[in-house]
Design a protein around this ligand. Structure first.
Ligand code: ADP
Ligand code: ASP
Ligand code: MG
Length: 455
């Protein structure tokens, strides 16, 4: 058995869904189990709809839901040729949208959006996409069966970022997934969604479809986990920023984790760690170019590789700098600063700290302002809005000090606001004003990947 996971970018429209059907059909001899995310952008729209309902904004809610309905009806009309099957699928969609609207109405009436209600609503993205894909596969002659992920993915009750229970899943996967595979069916499961010990719908956190795929692969003893997306694999930079970025054939788990923490959203290795721990090979592939070999995730680094593997970047950050008040001792300063961060409830993406100053970088600008207000009691505070981080990542940075020095020099030449080396020692990072971010990534990419002879 192999697990094929298709991200939202692979099933964004009818054309994408048709491509996915062809990929699944061509791998039938390997007993595929399919995990699918919500159609690209739908989870964001569901979030908009739920937030609007929570504040009683009916017009906002309706606009978002109409967008979701349009996307699904359009996709459905383009990926199912048989009129009878299309009608059946349309009825399933109509019933599901009735349910969504009923739930949103109760949120609006109560004027309160609980974590449990939010999960119940967000889950509809994957419930819809998995139904749609199962119908589309059946329409192309693949014996596909829709499987309710809530019967498969047993989680704790931590709404919004629930953790799957692999021990429990040995049984649920056997009964609800492997049994279908044995009878020649292709199970289609919505990612991202599970259920708590009380049977309440939970979600696994943004990007959680990868986690679903990994736990299903681990619990079902898969031969391989394939993560299908819209790029050729893990690349030397985000291809949306750097057109010259190239695909990496092999990346170590540690490198991929470092890339993800600095913004490469293509794959968060922590989410596939259940598969890696079970020694199941993980491959990242492009559903638009299925003939490409993709990237294989390895436990250890590629020994034949010299130089860094990737330049990763993250935009839309806010940073707060602090210079400690001279009257406050270094120990008190550090303790109060760390306590304050711990209490804030919103964790920064990055922290630098010394006895006389500190820097914390946040994704959420409001959390940053709250933090800055707290820090003002400890010294002189400065906020940088619209900041971005760039990180050069590679296992070789741990030991190749000359290379590390060179990366630092090139990064510093672009005048960063802050500079540092990752705690794992396999990255060097710098913070720039956002306006300079793209130029910095492009320039560094040119230097470390395009001027091959110098690296
Ligand atoms: P999916 O919908 O399949 O889950 P995502 O949008 O989550 O896909 O991730 C794929 C995207 O990740 C790509 O379109 C690409 O723009 C982005 N990305 C960022 N950094 C990298 C990188 N280093 N390598 C590959 N993709 C990257
Ligand atoms: N649909 C969810 C998200 O957008 C989960 C996923 O795509 O993996 O975050
Ligand atoms: Mg993703």
């Amino acid at each position: 058995m192999i697990v094929l996971k298709f991200g939202g970018s692979s099933v964004a429209d009818a054309e994408g869904i048709r491509r996915v059907c062809a990929i699944v059909a061509s791998r039938r001899d390997r007993s595929p189990v399919v995990v699918v995310s919500a159609l690209g952008g739908v989870t964001d729209l569901l979030l908009e709809a739920t937030a609007a309902a929570g504040r009683g904004d009916l017009a906002g809610q309706e606009a978002a839901i109409a967008g979701i309905e349009r996307r699904h009806r359009w996709a459905l009309s383009g990926c199912l040729d048989d009129a009878g099957s299309r009608q059946d699928a349309e009825m399933v969609l109509a019933d599901t949208f009735d349910e969504i609207k009923l739930l949103l109405r109760s949120v609006r009436t109560l004027g309160e959006l609980s974590p449990r209600a939010r999960d119940a609503l967000l889950a509809f993205g994957e419930l819809l996409s998995s139904r749609l894909l199962a119908a589309a596969l059946a329409g192309t002659g693949v014996a596909a069966s829709w499987v309710d992920s809530r019967k498969v993915v047993a989680t704790d009750g931590n709404h919004g970022s629930a953790t799957p229970d692999l021990a429990l899943m040995a049984d649920t996967v056997k009964a609800n997934v492997l049994a279908l595979v044995e009878s020649g069916q292709v199970p289609v499961i919505g990612g991202f969604v599970g259920s708590s010990p009380d049977g309440i719908t939970t979600t696994l956190g943004r990007g959680g479809g990868d986690t679903t795929a990994a736990v299903v692969a681990a619990a079902g003893g898969a031969e391989e986990l394939q993560i299908w997306t819209d790029v050729d694999g893990l690349m030397t930079a985000d291809p949306r920023l750097v057109v010259e970025a190239s695909c990496l054939a092999r990346v170590s788990f540690a490198e991929a984790s470092e890339m993800a923490s600095f913004g490469a959203r293509v794959l968060h290795p922590a989410s596939v760690s259940p598969a890696v721990s079970a020694s199941i090979p993980v491959r990242v592939l492009n559903s638009g170019r299925p003939e490409q070999a993709g990237t294989v995730l390895l436990e250890r680094s590629d020994p034949s590789r010299r130089g860094i593997v990737s330049l990763t970047s993250r935009a839309g950050l806010t940073a707060v700098f602090l210079e400690a008040d001279r009257a406050i001792g270094g120990t008190t300063f550090r303790r109060q600063l760390l306590d304050g961060l711990g209490r804030s409830g919103v964790l920064p993406e990055l922290v630098q700290l010394s006895a006389v100053g500190g820097l914390a970088v946040f994704r959420d600008a409001r959390a940053c302002t709250v933090q800055a207000r707290r820090w003002a009691e400890l010294g002189q505070v400065g906020i940088v809005e619209d900041a971005g981080l760039v990180a050069a990542v590679g296992e070789c940075l741990r030991e190749d000090h000359a290379l590390r020095g060179e990366v630092c020099r090139e990064v510093a030449a672009l005048q960063p606001l802050a500079l540092g080396a990752g705690g794992t020692a396999l990255s060097v990072y710098a913070m720039y004003p956002q306006a300079k971010l793209e130029t910095a990534v492009k320039q560094l990419h040119r230097r470390f990947f395009q001027e091959v002879s110098r690296t």
